[in-house]
Design a protein. Sequence first.
Length: 300
Amino acid sequence: MTESNDLRLIAVMPAPPATVHAALTDAAALRAWLAEHAEVALPDRYEFWGRDTPDGAEPHQRVLHAGERDLRLAWTVGGVETTVEFTVAEDDAGDAGSALLTLTQSDLPTFEEILSDKAGPRGELQTFWTLAIANLADYLADRDLTPRPDYTATDLSGSVVIDAAPQAVFDSLTQAEHVRRWSGVHVDIEPYVGGRYAMGGFDVDPGGMKYVEFEPGRKATLRFADGFTSSWELEGSDGKTRLTFVQSGFDPENPPYAGWAGWLSGVAALRRYHELPQWRSIWRLIDAPGVPAEMFVYDA
């Protein structure tokens, strides 16, 4: 767990450093994997904004430094100026031709502030970046990308097609050993109606979420203590599975909604888990303010 209010993410990218850096600094590439709108003219301009960016009605970034393998920005989110830095390096411990991408961002709210809904759009930044980096990895691998959230919407729903049979997808959503592998998050699961689903495990969250619907091989719904619900349904065709998901129970007058991009980043990881023949998690480190260290596992 980080001792500061800084976020730090380290991920493996399936391309050499120069290619990763190009995808980080090309406006057309940014519009594919990061944001609805992007304009880049380094060393002076690097901006991204839109419905899929926290506090994104207009751009709020300015360049602090632009190097051959690093980029540092000031980004004001929710009235607070933060510092974002990307660094690209050789991945000496990984496959040939891969790179390590490190992202840091300063002045994030704590985990407790996010859970209390007091963080505003800054509460979306950790999950915004985990989804963005997952989509960058898929962009570099020429794979279909996972849908980005609309932070202005109250209808939190979507669907993706996964190249795997429905039972395999269902098992990977409801069996703890699978969820730990593809998500990188420690969970404990009781897979039946009334059973608990605890992020971080039952020791961290004894009550957990509760299954209020559980139809083996087809669908399930989890309800949080505050009334928020997360539902998903599977439909198979030609050996593939359409995963449709809906989240509800939010205050429609107070978007954005914490966790929406987090669910989508999980969908990105789930797709990779089923679709890559030699699957490995892209994550080497997820270090977020106030998040217990035991929340994450790295056993790929």
